[in-house]
Design a protein around this ligand. Structure first.
Ligand code: NAD
Length: 332
């Protein structure tokens, strides 16, 4: 089976190649650094499948081109699938597989990292000591114990995150369309979405991006939050209306913002743009706030997660190839 692997970095090649060497009949993996988009589609010619990541474009026009090139499977090496036009894929008979679970802990622990960094101003403290400045002004934090944390989406990552925060001594409240009984039994209180906005000192987003959740955090919902709230998004950028959040930061309604994802990240993240002029004025404004920390979609980036992603992605590809469709994790 010949597979065009798009958006592949050195670490993708390393982990996928190692996993491929471990299987009886290795796949023919053709690595491309470029993102999949209408211009790079041609690279999939003669391939049975494409292997894609979070910012590869899989809209109707790209899928139509892929079908024309003979592609029958899109194997996503990520959990989210908001970048795929599933209706068009179905129409074209292209199947879409994903890695539903690799390391929920990787993302949950990164969310905790953002919380600690923002609360104790570690990003500012780090710079200060390098400047021989050991003053503490402006670095005042708060104890996390007994604070209320609101979690939106308590699937695999939301569950891991909720348990971490509970372990620290926070009161965790949650909203999910399908509450998780194990978490409820562990003392996490499910509330309505309306109620979730009001109480928490920290709100962390762990639901998928779809039509219903697009701009879930907007001027109306921000108005309902506690003044000085800490907002954390390690899920998908489109969950947050960035302009509304900037207004919230300026008015001090939002006290801290930690982002691992950004709604226009596909033009920015995963690349070294240090020699490129930043053209995104909204992102540039965001970066001026001392109480904002942004990481470039790295929450998943642990050795354990990459090992599992590579293994499951190759399983999806080879089981599809051998007709063992019940073993492929299709996007449903
Ligand atoms: P999951 O499918 O296990 O859990 C998602 C949960 O969200 C489910 O319990 C679902 O019922 C709930 N949900 C769906 N719609 C909702 C809504 N409208 N309101 C509230 N809850 C809703 O997924 P997961 O593995 O926990 O991943 C969650 C998200 O994290 C993914 O969709 C992905 O976008 C993101 N993610 C980010 C990274 C990263 O590196 N930053 C890595 C992996 C996943």
């Amino acid at each position: 089976m010949k597979v065009a692997v798009f958006s592949s970095k050195a670490y993708d090649r390393e982990f996928l190649t190692a996993a491929n060497e471990n299987i009886d009949a290795p796949l023919d993996l053709v690595f491309h650094e470029v993102q999949l988009n209408p211009d790079s589609c041609l690279l999939a010619q003669g391939c049975d499948a494409v292997c894609c990541f979070v910012n590869d474009q899989l809209d109707a026009s790209v899928l139509q081109q892929l079908a024309g090139h003979g592609v029958k499977l899109v194997a996503l090496r990520c959990a989210g699938f908001n970048q795929v036009d599933l209706v068009e894929a179905k129409k074209l008979g292209i199947k879409v597989a994903r890695v539903a679970e690799y390391s929920p802990h990787a993302v949950a622990e990164h969310a905790l990292g953002l919380i600690l960094m923002l609360n104790r101003q570690l990003h500012r403290a780090y710079r200060r000591v390098h400047d021989n400045d050991y003053s503490l002004n402006g670095l005042l934090g708060f104890d996390l114990v007994n604070k209320t944390v609101g979690v939106i989406g308590t699937g695999k990552i939301g569950e891991a995150f909720s348990r971490i925060m509970q372990g620290i001594g926070c009161e965790v409240i949650a909203y999910d369309l399908q509450p998780n009984p194990a978490l409820a039994a562990a003392g996490i209180t499910y509330v309505s979405l309306e109620d979730l906005w009001h109480a928490p000192d920290i709100i962390s987003l762990h639901c998928p991006l779809n039509v219903a959740t697009h701009h879930l955090v907007n001027s109306v919902t921000i108005a309902q939050m506690k003044t000085g709230v800490m907002l954390i998004n390690t899920s998908r950028g489109g969950l947050i209306d960035t302009k509304a959040v900037i207004a919230g930061l300026k008015s001090k309604k939002i006290g801290y913002l930690g982002l691992d994802v950004y709604e226009e990240e596909s033009n920015l993240f995963f690349e070294d743009n240090s020699n490129v002029l930043l053209q995104d004025d909204i992102f540039a404004r965001l970066m001026t706030f001392p109480n904002v920390v942004v990481t470039g979609h790295q929450a998943f980036f642990t050795r354990e997660a990459l090992t599992t992603i590579a293994r499951i992605t190759l399983d999806n590809l080879r089981f599809f190839d051998s007709g063992n469709l019940n073993k492929v994790i299709f996007v449903d």
